[in-house]
Design a binder for this molecule. Sequence first.
Ligand code: UD1
Ligand code: MG
Length: 453
Amino acid sequence: MSRSCLAVILAAGDSTRMKSSMSKVLHKVAGRPMIAHVMAAVASTGVSDAALVVGRDAEAVVKAGSLDGVSVEAFQQTERLGTGHAVLAAKDAIARGYDDILVAYGDVPLVTPAPFAAAREKLAQGADVVVIGFHTDNPNGYGRLLVEDGELIAIREEKDATDEERRITWCNSGLMAIDGRKALSLLERIRNDNAKGEYYLTDIVEIARAAGGRVMVVDAPETEVAGCNNRAELAVLERHWQERRRQELMLSGVTMIAPETVFLSYDTEIAQDAVIEPNVFFGPHVTVESGAVIHSFSHIEGAHIGADAEIGPFARLRPGAKLLVHAKVGNFCEVKNSEIGEGAKVNHLTYIGDSFVGPRANIGAGTITCNYDGVNKHVTRIGANSFIGSNSSLVAPVSIGDGAYIASGSVITEDVPADALALGRARQEVKPERAKVIRERALAFKAAKKAGK
Ligand code: UD1
Ligand code: MG
């Protein structure tokens, strides 16, 4: 769409019911602040400029709401005098003159671009105000959409509504689109002569109609425009977000055996034919390629899992873990900031940090890369086709050459050339009959003690 657009996002609420030391819109759904979800949805409809109306934590809210490709400007609303007043806090931005103004709340993280795009489409067709509405079985607390002859004539706030109006189940989501050329003159006519003594943005419907303008409604599903007032509602939003994203992934070809136990982040990408077993957690910035299998109880963040790779059960992949094709990270292993080469195996009880593991290397059980000296991190390089015996410590910085063998239980502090065998442990000694002598001495000691000597 070539029309210019400003999104005005209201985020100046006190969030008292969140009982939080930070602004409500900074609380996360799917690992991302709610404000960023909203910004992403409006940005998807081609919005280039956003005005964030903020109260507390202004700096943090702007930071969280700043997305690539959108320029964000903050406007402080010092007194909280209602939604109409809040939009006017961004007066200087609106006055710059846009074709479209979108109004959204910062606490509706499940909103999709669809209703915004539909509302802007109506503006392009000549509407002055487009209200985004929804149908609900429980309209309590919402503004009701009053319709006459098929046209929206007003939005009635709960506190100002008659009993009959309260029975209406078609409600105002609070999201709206306004003709940018007329927005300021309409907004400035809003008064506060109502039950709450607030400047209601919703009065714009009657004001626009009185001025001969066209007002329209587009609908959105109730769950998508739901806001959040407390932590219990935050958890409900999280649940709905997770359900929606799991569904999308499954329909795109991802197998989830027990989807309700898989937790995704806002940017989790999983390709077709990947299999996710029950109880897997994806933190931010994870990509999973096709055919990969994630076994149960794995915790993954900031990681890339290559095609046909296999991880878990009980694997932990931390930021910077990169598994190439057919790599395997098995149970009770932790991988951080490391590349695991094609077909390499890290099967049991191992820590790999700041390392490069070559293709087809086999890392034995209990191997530890000692990457940290208490001050600095150091790199371990493990060559292709090498074999690291169980319970070895590789003290970084250190390199193991291609095809090298490390004997079990070694502590490796020096580089090992390709195809060499390195042993870094005490040589075994065997003392015939010695165990028997020790045992007999112990039994004699016990007998003497019992006899009271
Ligand atoms: C508003 C709508 C109502 C709608 C409902 C949907 C009005 C008058 N009413 O009611 O029709 O059904 O949302 O949830 O618009 N805010 C500010 N500054 C203010 C006031 C509000 O930034 O001075 C922000 C709040 O942080 C919040 C949003 O605007 O994100 C809505 O304010 P709220 O007080 O929750 O409005 P409701 O009474 O719920
Ligand atoms: Mg509200």
